[in-house]
Design a binder for this molecule. Structure first.
Ligand code: FES
Ligand code: FES
Length: 137
């Protein structure tokens, strides 16, 4: 049996970036999986003038794929506007991680949903029009 995880996944799993709870976030999202009962939380600090994500962190109670994906999406989202961060897909995250085992796709989708739900939370709190979420193919 070959080991399913890429070098990048293992690196992000062992040394996740932007991990931890944020005090007083501008937006936060919590998503859970019905499949395994695991959860991921994403926290945002947003510049109210530019709508750029200035800081982001996450907490994961999930598996290696979930932790590695949450780590990489925080890297991808930091410095982006909310609009651009919404467009980050799990495919993009999986590619940045050098691939994920297909059996674990939902675990990485869960991390992306956590980011989108934190963005939605910010938008709702600030009375912004909430558009339909982009869908993953
Ligand atoms: Fe639960 Fe992956 S097995 S998040
Ligand atoms: Fe729980 Fe993958 S098994 S999200």
């Amino acid at each position: 049996m070959t080991f399913p995880y890429s070098k990048e996944v293992l690196e992000h799993f062992r040394n996740p970036h932007n991990v931890g709870k944020m005090d007083d976030p501008d937006g936060k999202g919590l998503e859970g999986s019905a499949a395994c009962g695991d959860m991921v939380a994403v926290y945002l600090k947003v510049n109210p003038d530019t709508l750029i994500i200035e800081d982001i962190s996450f907490e994961s109670y999930g598996c290696a794929s979930n932790i590695a994906t949450a780590s990489i999406i925080t890297e991808l989202a930091k410095g982006k506007t909310l609009e651009d961060a919404k467009k980050i897909t799990w495919k993009e995250a999986a590619e940045a991680l050098g691939g994920l085992p297909p059996v674990k796709a939902h675990c990485s989708v869960l991390a992306v949903e956590g980011l989108r739900s934190a963005i939605r939370d910010y938008e709702e709190k600030h009375g912004m029009v909430v558009e339909d979420e982009p869908t993953d193919e």
